[in-house]
Design a protein around this ligand. Structure first.
Ligand code: 5GP
Length: 137
């Protein structure tokens, strides 16, 4: 399968505005920011979706993500932000390499727009048990 655009960034084949790198993680500015400071955080591991990512890469992202959020807030002056993480085309994933968006919410209102329709939880006990069973607990 052809490399994704993020794999090409990791390979150094196309440029990016890098803000952070370690052995497992790269963070850089989104090329089409929803708000100023919109940053993408990706594992170096070439997993397409979060459920396919190794525990090691997941832990590496988890270790640095809050620090990156603090830096984005400090640099932009924003006080609020969203983390967005899309998996699969119907869930708005366009680049099939795991990535977390850090999206500052600007005073002007620029930032992530969220529209969801809450419904009623039905069969919650059965569903929770089923998910727990699938976890292998
Ligand atoms: P997704 O919809 O997959 O969650 O988001 C993909 C993101 O990647 C988009 O916000 C898009 O602007 C960003 N993006 C796509 N191509 C490039 C690129 O070549 N460089 C950078 N820095 N960001 C990109």
């Amino acid at each position: 399968m052809a490399d994704t655009i993020f794999q090409k960034i990791l390979n150094g084949e196309i440029p990016c505005h890098k803000v952070y790198e370690d052995d497992h993680v790269l963070a850089f500015l989104d090329i089409n920011p929803v708000s100023q400071g919109h940053t993408l955080v990706i594992p170096k591991e070439p997993a397409e979706t979060l459920d396919q990512l190794s525990d090691e890469s997941s832990a590496a992202i988890g270790r640095v993500l809050p620090r990156l959020c603090r830096a984005v807030l400090k640099a932009t002056g924003a006080q609020h932000f969203n983390i967005l993480q899309n998996n699969g085309a119907p869930a708005h994933q366009a680049v099939f390499h795991v990535h977390f968006h850090i999206i500052p919410k600007e005073e002007s209102g620029a930032g992530l727009g969220i529209g969801w329709k809450p419904s009623d939880l039905s069969s919650g006990a059965d569903l929770a048990r089923s998910i727990s069973t699938c976890l292998g607990n």
